[in-house]
Design a protein around this ligand. Structure first.
Ligand SMILES: [Zn+2]
Length: 253
């Protein structure tokens, strides 16, 4: 095991308000493809991007019908948390996890055992639907049952409005209260673990300098270099499912 990992394990042991920020890299290790990143499904396939663009979605029923068919097959339904997710759940059980900010929409952190009140989903979640007119929300599975039963673009049962997964689509604003909560958590952190994110998407990437300004140690775990490596106290470029169990002190599997 590398000296870097020993060092970070020591920091984790001494920290009491750890904030983790997770990106696509932790989910790809569970077989959920990267949608937004530089090599992402949306980025490299403009047609797929169109399906997740809010303007096309709201104006074109054909786009919505396609989107619902794709939601039936979303990889999140079958994906299982990996050792990286489980290590973050262990941090919470140890009482060390202050917040878990995630750019992922797959719900794998909750599936791994992190509680919903620790997880800040800055890009929303595919496990819920939202009505674009009246704001009604509920379990995505209920709407997918309607799609399976033959409704190809199921309307809101309260108001007849357009339904969508409760994720942030292209062209849609982030939710200011959610971003504010993430930034507040960064201010209060004593250790920030930035995991599997290229840290290129703002304002979420701003969590890193905010935590640094608040005197947190910064650890970046990502396969590629990031633009914040120079302000990090440690940079680890190894598989997340190996690194995280080692730094939280879980026995190797
Ligand atoms: Zn509605």
């Amino acid at each position: 095991m590398s000296r870097q990992i020993d060092l970070v394990r020591d920091w984790v042991a001494k920290s009491t308000r750890i904030v983790a920020l997770t990106g696509a890299g932790i989910s790809t290790e569970s077989g959920v493809p990267d949608f937004r990143g530089p090599q992402g499904v949306w980025t490299t396939n403009p047609k797929a991007e169109k399906l997740s663009n809010i303007h096309y979605y709201m104006s074109d029923p054909e786009v919505r019908r396609l989107a619902w068919r794709q939601r039936l097959e979303h990889p999140a339904w079958r994906a299982l948390p990996n050792d990286g997710h489980l290590a973050l759940a262990a941090l919470e059980r140890d009482g060390k996890l202050h917040a878990l900010i995630t750019q992922n929409i797959d719900g794998l952190h909750q599936k791994a055992g992190n509680s919903s009140d620790k997880v800040i989903e800055v890009h929303g979640t595919v496990h819920q639907y939202v009505c674009m007119i009246c704001g009604a929300r509920g379990a995505m599975m209920d709407v997918l049952d309607r799609v399976r039963a033959g409704e190809d673009d199921p309307p809101c049962r309260d108001c007849g409005g357009i339904l969508k997964s409760a994720t942030i689509s292209f062209g849609q604003q982030l939710v200011p209260e959610v971003i504010e909560r993430a930034m507040r958590a960064a201010d209060e952190a004593d250790l920030l673990l930035a995991i599997g994110s290229t840290l290129q998407v703002y304002p979420v990437a701003g969590v890193v300098p905010r935590a640094k300004a608040g005197a947190a140690r910064i650890v970046i775990i990502n396969a590629q270099p990031t633009s914040f490596d120079r302000i990090a106290d440690a940079v680890i470029q190894q598989r997340i499912g190996e690194v995280l169990p080692a730094i939280v002190g879980l026995p190797p599997i």
